[in-house]
Design a protein around this ligand. Structure first.
Ligand code: HEC
Length: 196
C-alpha cells in the first residue's frame, strides 16, 4: 500500500524535475500561467467589490441593474487592458452569452465531478495549451463558488427579494441562474491568452 501511494509522488517529482528548463516548459510557460491565474483573481475581486459596494449603498435591486451593465463593460475592459480574453461562464447562465464553449464545458464537467467527490476546493484550477487554427492559446479555468450574498440574486425563489425578481424576469426572461445554495459550483472564470 505504501509503495502505491508513493508512485504519484514520484511521478510528480519527475515531472517537476523534467520541467526545469527543457521544451516541456515551453509547452505551458510558467510566467503566463501566473499571469492568467492573477488576472482571474483580480477580475473576480474587482467585480465582487463593485457589486458589494453597490449593494451596500443602494440595495440589491439597484445592484442588479448595475451588475448587468457594469459586469459586461468591466469584463471586456479588463480583458483589453491585459491583452487577454476573459469571461464568466455557466451551464445555468443568466446572460445568454455566458454559456460555456466546448473546452470550457469539458473543464466545468470535470469540476462538477470533483465537487461530487468532495475534491473541489479553493486551489482547484485548470490549464491547457490549446490550438485553434494556426493560433496557440494558454487557457485557464477557475471555479466560481456560491457564497451567501450571491443568494439574493441567484438563490431559490423564496430567497430572492421580490423587487430583484421583477427586474431579473424583465431583463433575463430565460434566466437559468437561480436555485443555488451556498457552496454550489456556480460556473467558472475562463481566461485565454495568445502564446507563441
Ligand atoms: C445584485 C444581484 C447579484 C448578486 C448579489 C450576484 N449576482 Fe451574479 N449575476 C447577476 C446578474 C444580473 C448577472 C448577469 C450579468 C450579465 O448580464 O452579464 C449575473 C451573472 C453572474 C455570472 C455569469 C454567468 C451567468 O449566469 O450569466 C456568474 C458566474 C455570477 N453571476 C456569479 C455570482 C456570484 C458567485 C455571486 C456572489 C459572490 C453573485 N453572482 C452575486 C446578479 C447578481
Amino acid at each position: 500500500m505504501k509503495t502505491l501511494k508513493l508512485i504519484p509522488l514520484l511521478f510528480l517529482l519527475m515531472l517537476v524535475i523534467s520541467c526545469g528548463g527543457n521544451e516541456k516548459q515551453a509547452e505551458v510557460p510558467e510566467q503566463n500561467k501566473a499571469e492568467l491565474r492573477k488576472a482571474a483573481a483580480d477580475f473576480m475581486s474587482e467585480l465582487k467589490g463593485i457589486l458589494m459596494n453597490q449593494v451596500k449603498t443602494n440595495g440589491f435591486a439597484s445592484a442588479v441593474k448595475v451588475c448587468s451593465d457594469t459586469a459586461r463593460v468591466l469584463t471586456s475592459n479588463f480583458g483589453m487592458q491585459r491583452g487577454i480574453f476573459i469571461k464568466r461562464v455557466s451551464f445555468k447562465n443568466r446572460n445568454k452569452n455566458d454559456y460555456p464553449d466546448e473546452f470550457e464545458s469539458k473543464v466545468i464537467k470535470q469540476f462538477e465531478q470533483m465537487k461530487e467527490e468532495g475534491k473541489l476546493d479553493k486551489t482547484t484550477e485548470y490549464f491547457e495549451v490549446v490550438k485553434e487554427g494556426e493560433f496557440k492559446y494558454l487557457r485557464y479555468v477557475k471555479p466560481i463558488i456560491v457564497e451567501a450574498p450571491c443568494l439574493n440574486c441567484h438563490g431559490s425563489s423564496d430567497v430572492i427579494p421580490k423587487e430583484v425578481k421583477e427586474i431579473l424576469s424583465k431583463k433575463y426572461p430565460d434566466d437559468k441562474a437561480t436555485g443555488y445554495v451556498v457552496g454550489d459550483l456556480r460556473g467558472a472564470v475562463s481566461v485565454k491568452k495568445l502564446i507563441k
